[in-house]
Design a protein around this ligand. Structure first.
Ligand code: URA
Length: 191
């Protein structure tokens, strides 16, 4: 088994926090583990918990549309969450759940070594970019950290609730596309 497959299998068996008792399954991630661009959401919801894949509900459909707007598709990137199991009733993950889960994402990052990381929403930006990240002020800006270009977009679920934010997000997506064209060597764009 490859290092990635071993990591995946270990993660699928994880019982490091209480979410192991309420989840249907661990949602490890989807896409190309050798991708240069990694998208990171918050935590799986009900549909993701059922299907074992991140962003398959309504927010996921919008994420696919956002990717398509800049010529990207799921198969050429990797998508995961900072917490791999669904919190019951979609509550926010507890600090101890986030802490128990963080090493899985750190190991995914260590193996993937992405060039660009895109945080979906404030929660993953707080965790990965800086701890007092203000999504309304800092979305779309690039931060260079640990050799990786990082940015945050509004979470697709927030865009479903506040469609007025979509034009700003389109600008952010165009900036992401420009960064991909600048830095990436094997991330196919449809146009
Ligand atoms: N919201 C997230 O943050 N992640 C998912 O996988 C689905 C919805």
């Amino acid at each position: 088994m490859s290092g990635w497959d071993t990591l995946r299998q270990e993660c699928l068996d994880c019982r490091r926090c209480g979410l192991a008792d309420t989840r249907t399954q661990v949602v490890f991630g989807v896409g190309d583990p050798q991708a240069e661009v990694l998208f990171i959401g918050e935590a799986p919801g009900a549909r993701e918990d059922e299907q074992g894949e991140p962003f398959v509900g309504r927010a996921g459909k919008l994420l696919d549309d956002m990717l398509a707007m800049i010529g990207l598709s799921r198969e050429h990137i990797y998508i995961t969450n900072s917490v791999k199991c669904r919190p019951p009733e979609n509550r926010d993950p507890l600090p101890e759940e986030k802490a128990a889960c963080a090493p899985w994402l750190q190991q995914q990052l260590a193996q993937m070594q992405p060039k660009i990381m895109v945080c979906l929403g404030r929660i993953s930006a707080n965790e990965l970019i800086h701890e007092d990240f203000k999504i309304s002020q800092e979305h779309g800006q690039f931060f260079h950290k640990d050799g990786v270009e990082m940015m945050a977009l509004y979470h697709p679920a927030a865009l479903l609730r506040s469609p007025g934010k979509k034009p700003e997000t389109f600008e952010d997506l165009k900036a992401l596309r420009a960064k991909i064209l600048e830095l990436c060597t094997h991330t196919p764009l449809a146009f």
